[in-house]
Write a protein that binds this ligand. Sequence first.
Ligand SMILES: Cc1cc2nc3c(=O)[nH]c(=O)nc-3n(C[C@H](O)[C@H](O)[C@H](O)COP(=O)(O)O)c2cc1C
Length: 200
Amino acid sequence: MSGSKQPLIAAVLGSPRRGGNTEMLLEAAVRGAEEEGAVVEWVRPNQMKFVACQHCGGCAATGICVIKDEMQTVYDLIERMDAMLLASPIYFGSVTAQVKAMIDRSQALWARKYLLHHPLSADGKLRPLLFLSVLGGRSRGQIRATRRVVRSFGDTWDGPYEDLIFPRIDLQGEIADHWTALPQVHAAGQELAVRLQQEG
Ligand SMILES: Cc1cc2nc3c(=O)[nH]c(=O)nc-3n(C[C@H](O)[C@H](O)[C@H](O)COP(=O)(O)O)c2cc1C
């Protein structure tokens, strides 16, 4: 990214529930980022046609996934993006199946980094990963476990990791009643866009 260019942020909506808490959080963060000049490209795994990683080994020699489905657009976006906003509710102590399938497909990026020793970050971009999440309960163990999964996704491209996770949010749209959540993620989106431009 050059100094004058608008940063590109990938916004990944991991919840299948339309108008749900995750979507509201992500929309607020995206609004903040756009207000500060970022360009946002949305990824909606729940609406995409792609398979889970088949462990075929096809990426081992090249770092490029050989399965030609809609994940190819995500690989392309990860290469082009300056940062990712990833939002998922916690389901059974982790991200949703849709997000986990996407994360598993990042095995191709993992291969680039660990097998071929040519990580995506070799192009000099930091690509921070800001994870936004909600959970109906308040289990710290579940938060820790989810964090570990998402962090390992960002690690495949060496993306610095941050998160904002809101417990005890269960009913559809309940996040709007939280005192600080929406303003907090809105501000985080703004800060991310500003930071990317300063670092650019
Ligand atoms: C399949 C499923 C699994 C869930 N698993 C958990 C869980 O393990 N821990 C928890 O605290 N909440 C769990 N929840 C509750 C959701 O995290 C919560 O309802 C959240 O607000 C949903 O976000 P959304 O509105 O973006 O869909 C689960 C909900 C569903 C539908």
